[in-house]
Design a protein around this ligand. Structure first.
Ligand code: SAM
Ligand code: SF4
Ligand code: F3S
Length: 435
């Protein structure tokens, strides 16, 4: 029996797919090279925007058309759509809806005897089938308690729950031993991580600082590897966290800190609990402590009622913060969220225009940032080949770097001297191979 997993959405889903594959292989399934060969098609879904959800239903409908469905395969829908009430209406087209937290129940749902994990409620304990030999994803917490007014995640992923620190450290140590070079710690609000085991013994909550303890523990591990983490919420970006990143150990100077809007009135309507002034103060602190930081952010354009003036406030703060990367999202109303009741009164054409304007601002800032790096030597982890045949990778800060090489360098740390700067990245020459 063969399975095929199609993953939509964020790195968290990608990581969950590795655990789904691990569970299926545990009970004897083999991976199919394409969906037509599969007896089991698993759609690991995203519903952050309507377009993401539509893509999933498009895929389900296509599979149900006979010609794309030659083996009478079972279709399983899991991930962030599975928990939504309205989904039940589409039940007849899907064989199994699986809440990812019930992954240990999958063998039973497939009428097979699976090996039970110690705690059947804890899907994190399932051994993942890592998809890459040098980059790995390690989920450390899931869910969200923040209820930003536009966001479906607290409803799809549920409340915040964190993994015990010992378990995370075990997984990280195992990966380092196997030679993994880049390890991503994942969570919807990764820096709100709580070590419940400690809290049980000390009877107090301490959001933010447990994450620092985890990073400090990882920093003590021997070996050459980089740690990245996403996504951080500004409210839990404390001084100690900034300090541990600045130590230049395994923790990389890559900070993904969602801003969402640069207008205080919009931030209030979004229920983000900070002002632009708070955010800029934080950026200033981060830049002072970590001069080489790569600051990435998320922005939503066209939130209900966002005026041109309010959008221009976002462009302004955007230039002040000098972001290296931005994920621009056009507002999409999600049923069940607080902002669904607000009128989605910014047209799609205007959302497109605002997204383009922000992208133009980003290109200019990124080019300026990159130009300063010409002549510098950077450590780069090569992770693939670009369309033009050059090898491509990321430096410790997460800047994109291309180099020419006759030798296959994928999965290796190398030292590069930067020769050219573009808005989308850098180009250089190899100084040292195999660091
Ligand atoms: N927890 C992270 C934070 O707030 O720092 C973000 C995680 S969320 C899954 C990823 C991004 O999706 C958000 O930062 C936001 O920009 C975007 N997003 C969420 N809901 C959206 C919506 N209804 N329309 C457009 N973008 C949305
Ligand atoms: Fe969504 Fe806000 Fe939670 Fe991020 S913090 S996942 S944007 S509700
Ligand atoms: Fe999408 Fe769920 Fe991630 S809604 S962005 S897959 S947490």
């Amino acid at each position: 029996m063969k399975y095929f997993i199609k993953t939509f959405g964020c790195q968290m889903n990608f990581s969950d797919s590795e655990r789904i594959a691990g569970k299926l292989e545990e009970i004897g399934y083999k991976s199919a090279s394409n969906d037509k060969e599969a007896d089991l098609i698993i759609l690991n879904t995203c519903s952050v925007r309507q377009s993401a959800e539509d893509r999933v239903w498009g895929a389900v409908n296509n599979y149900k058309k006979k010609k794309l469905y030659p083996r009478n395969s079972k279709i399983i829908v899991t991930g962030c759509i599975a928990k939504r009430k309205k989904v039940v209406e589409k039940m007849d087209k899907v064989d199994i809806f699986l809440d990812i937290k019930d992954l240990n129940k999958l063998p039973k749902l497939l009428n097979q005897n699976g090996i039970q994990a110690k705690n059947t409620n804890d899907y994190f304990q399932i051994k993942p089938k890592y998809q890459n030999s040098f980059t790995a994803y390690v989920p450390i917490m899931t869910g969200c308690d923040n209820f930003c007014s536009y966001c479906i995640v607290p409803f799809t992923r549920g409340r915040e729950t964190s993994r015990p620190m010992e378990e995370i450290l075990e997984e990280v140590k195992g990966l380092v031993k196997q030679g993994y070079k880049e390890i991503w710690l994942l969570g919807q609000n990764v820096n709100s991580y709580i070590n419940h085991e400690r809290i049980k013994s000390e009877l107090k909550t301490n959001k933010g600082s447990d994450f620092v303890i985890l990073l400090e523990e990882i920093n003590k591990l021997p070996g050459k590897f980089w740690i990245r983490f996403v996504s951080s919420h500004p409210k839990d970006m404390g001084d100690n966290l900034i300090k541990v990143i600045s130590h230049n150990g395994h923790i990389t100077p890559y900070v993904h800190l969602a801003l969402q809007s640069g207008d205080n009135e919009t931030l209030r309507k979004m229920n983000r609990h900070y002002t632009c002034e708070d955010y800029l103060k934080l950026v200033k602190k981060i830049r002072k402590a970590i001069p080489d930081v790569f600051l990435a952010t998320d922005i939503i354009v066209g939130f209900p009622g966002e005026t041109q003036k309010q959008f221009l406030n976002t462009v302004k703060i955007f230039k002040q913060a000098r972001f290296s990367m931005v994920y621009i999202n056009k507002y999409s109303p999600r049923e069940g969220t607080a902002s669904f009741k607000m009128k989605d009164n910014v047209s799609m054409a205007e959302k497109d225009r605002r997204a383009k304007e922000l992208n133009r601002a980003l290109s200019k800032i990124a080019l300026d940032n990159n130009k300063k790096l010409v002549g510098r030597q950077l450590e780069v982890l090569i992770d693939g080949r670009a369309k033009d045949g050059l090898y491509i990778g990321k430096d410790k800060s997460y800047r994109s770097v291309k180099i020419k090489s006759e030798k296959d360098l994928i999965g290796q740390f190398i030292r590069v001297k930067i020769k050219k700067a573009f808005d989308y990245g850098l180009e250089g020459e190899i100084v040292i191979l195999d660091l």
